[in-house]
Design a protein around this ligand. Structure first.
Ligand code: FAD
Length: 393
């Protein structure tokens, strides 16, 4: 019969892989996409929503085109287990879906106990807003409800985590909103890391746009020894207790649960081969995006999309006689520091035996003029439209 590919997770990695497989195979493989949500709300640009530059509606995308125009069998359900010997995925509904090749792109989970005092049952009081949708709305409503001169705190995550500049773009967009509505408010970042992505660019921008509003406490001053009390809205930074009005806890991360359940992880992430994103533990399974341990690429939607194209070509080549494209990868991460003040960092990558290895890269410069920064922001708007079209058709 026709070979069957099952894709688990309809996000940046999974939706792209499913779409390319359906598009390039012309019906020579059967593609099933398993994704519980009927609308995917992008994490990318959710910070712009917090900054008042996007509405939530504009971040939501449905799977209708993938089903109707690409012939993908879209199943709205959770994958709960994978029987890799029988090559069957078990769904929460009780159904089971057989595969010849399985592609997992389940994104992230949070590590239990990463921030003492916080677990997912506290996410209403101290939101993470690090997976799509309602959490970002909750965080924004809390920011808008802050008392005059109040304190917004962020507990930043340790490496590696999804979107290295994401927490710091978020800080910038929180500052944009507070500068307009609550200019005496304070922003406190408690950070376990020595440094972070695009740090010099962010710090220059924070100085310029939000002078004095933002304070960061790094590991030398207790940033790695923080606990929280969500009921009391208090944080304890190595013995120094602070009352806060909003607390955004972004915990340490690991591969989405189903990757662990399937026995495809070593430690927190799922190791893969750089040539085709196949699991190092099972050649019939590929792992994409944030869940994969692949080498030098940051965990981003751009990376997941790039990996999905390579993977789709490799899977099609393995199941049919389609030509396989060489594995080359790219990433760019744009961040918005203030309205029209965009910066970027990016690189190209190649597949080696050992890993996806960085070849060369670029980064915005300090002190760029306003026109360059506005161009960079406009470039990011174009990218958003491109990647969401590449995912959802
Ligand atoms: P996801 O896109 O999260 O997709 C995973 C999907 O799998 C989800 O839809 C989920 O419902 C589904 N799923 C999970 N478990 C199961 C299961 N058991 N069964 C079925 N389905 C399941 N990246 C950029 O490139 N540029 C940016 O500007 C950018 N900004 C960001 C800003 C923020 C605030 C955040 C949080 C992230 C940002 N990112 C950005 C990162 C980007 O969102 C992720 O890296 C990207 O979404 C990873 O793709 P993925 O396919 O691995 O996971």
């Amino acid at each position: 019969g026709v070979p069957r590919v099952v894709v688990v997770g309809g996000g940046a990695g999974g939706a792209t892989a499913a779409r390319y497989l359906a598009l390039e195979s012309g019906g020579a493989v059967e593609v099933t996409l398993i994704e519980p949500s009927r609308s995917y709300f992008t994490c990318f640009f959710s910070n712009l929503y917090i900054g008042g530059l996007r509405d939530m509606q504009s971040l939501g995308h449905g799977y209708g085109t993938l089903a109707a125009e690409y012939g993908i069998n879209v199943v709205h359900d959770w994958a709960v287990a994978v029987d890799r010997d029988a090559r069957v995925v078990a769904l929460a509904s009780g159904a089971s879906v057989p595969y010849d090749r399985l592609i997992l792109s389940p994104g992230i989970d949070f590590k239990n106990g990463a921030v003492p005092g916080w677990d997912v049952t506290a996410q209403d009081d101290m939101p993470h807003a690090y997976r799509g949708g309602t959490q970002a709305e909750l965080l924004k409503s809390q920011i808008l409800a802050m008392p005059e001169g109040g304190t917004f705190a962020m507990i930043a995550p340790p490496d590696p985590y999804r979107c290295p500049p994401g927490p710091y773009e978020r800080i910038s967009m929180v500052a944009t909103t507070l500068k307009a509505m609550n200019p005496r408010a304070k922003i406190l970042i408690v950070d376990p890391k020595e440094g972070f992505s695009k740090q010099a660019l962010f710090e220059e921008g924070w100085q310029r746009h939000y002078g004095g509003m933002i304070e960061r406490i790094g590991p030398d001053f207790g940033g790695a020894a923080v606990s929280v009390d969500p009921a009391a809205m208090r944080i304890d930074i190595d013995g120094i207790v602070e009352d806060v009005d909003v607390c955004n806890v972004i915990p340490a991360q690991r591969a989405g649960r189903v990757a662990h359940e399937a026995g495809l992880t070593e430690g927190d992430w799922a190791p893969v081969n750089a040539a085709d994103m196949s699991s190092r533990l099972d050649p019939a399974v590929h792992v994409l995006g944030d869940a994969a341990a692949q080498g030098d690429m940051p965990k981003s939607a751009f990376s997941a999309n790039s990996q999905a194209r390579v993977c789709a070509s490799a899977v099609l080549g393995a199941l049919t006689d389609a030509r396989v494209f060489p594995a080359v990868y790219a990433n760019t991460c744009w961040s918005l520091i203030a309205p029209d003040d965009g910066v970027k960092v990016g690189a190209s990558y190649e597949a080696t035996e050992e890993k996806i290895a960085r070849v060369d890269g670029f980064i915005s410069e300090l002190g760029e003029d306003a026109e360059t920064r506005a161009d960079t922001y406009r470039e990011s708007l174009g990218w958003y439209d491109e990647i969401t079209a590449d995912m959802f058709g």
